[in-house]
Design a binder for this molecule. Structure first.
Ligand code: AMP
Length: 219
């Protein structure tokens, strides 16, 4: 076991690789905060806040929301958590500018990124995971192939209807994968050069990947 109080972990990997599913499980097991910028943006969008409305066009197109918007959102969220709370970032940072801003913000809390787990899976697996993905407004994610709800189309926890994300449609997915390769993949080198990167094979079942992830992170 390594130190866990106030630890900061980043989950890195292509859209559909399972960052959300694994991040939620890990955060529940460790009682850490799970910070998904995608979830924060979707919540802002549902509430119709100015930030949500600004983000919408980018999200629908599969493009990244501008760095300054995302960095502001994360800084505000982190300030509310306090430095003692372990944090798992999912879907953030997505650009080198975001990674640098995160380093600066964490330095202000006398901490930094402790580990970065790169979740890795073949494109054929990613496409099935994305096309089968359904989620509830409360944030629980299912997959019609791998992790279906008990009653088709409805959340097991809340009974609410499940949503097929607009940006999970094939054309948008292609853009998201291209954006990942162009803007986010360079973060692999950014964190590897600092000795923070661990690689996790993420093609197995949810429990299997979680086990591998915890082993790789030492938590
Ligand atoms: P996700 O749920 O992580 O796949 O994010 C869904 C969409 O939200 C992305 O395709 C982007 O449009 C936007 N988004 C989420 N996180 C970020 C981020 N860190 N930087 C820029 N855009 C983001």
């Amino acid at each position: 076991m390594t130190k866990t109080a106030g630890m900061v972990v980043v989950l890195l990997g292509s859209p559909g690789v399972g960052k959300g599913t694994q991040g939620v499980r890990l955060s529940r097991a460790l009682d850490w905060a799970h910070v998904s910028t995608g979830d924060l943006l979707r919540a802002a969008l549902r509430k119709g806040t100015p930030l949500g409305l600004e983000a919408r066009g980018y999200m629908d197109a599969g493009d990244l929301v501008p760095d300054d918007v995302i960095i502001g959102l994360v800084q505000e969220h982190l300030a509310g958590l306090g430095p003692e709370r372990g944090v798992i970032f999912d879907g953030f940072p997505r650009t080198v500018a975001q990674a640098e801003a995160l380093d600066e913000t964490l330095a202000g809390q006398q901490r930094g990124v402790d580990r970065v787990a790169l979740l890795d899976a073949d494109d054929s697996v990613l496409i099935k995971r994305i096309s089968g993905r359904r989620s509830s407004a409360s944030g629980r994610v299912y997959n019609v192939y791998f992790d279906p709800p008990r009653r088709e189309g409805f959340c097991d926890d809340t009974g609410e209807p499940l949503i097929h994300r607009a940006d999970d449609q094939p054309d948008t997915v292609r853009t998201r994968l291209a954006v990942y390769h162009e803007l986010t993949a360079p973060l692999v080198g950014y964190y590897d050069a600092r000795g923070l990167l661990v690689r996790v094979h993420a093609e197995g079942g949810i429990g299997q990947v979680q086990h591998a992830l915890r082993g790789a992170l030492g938590v």
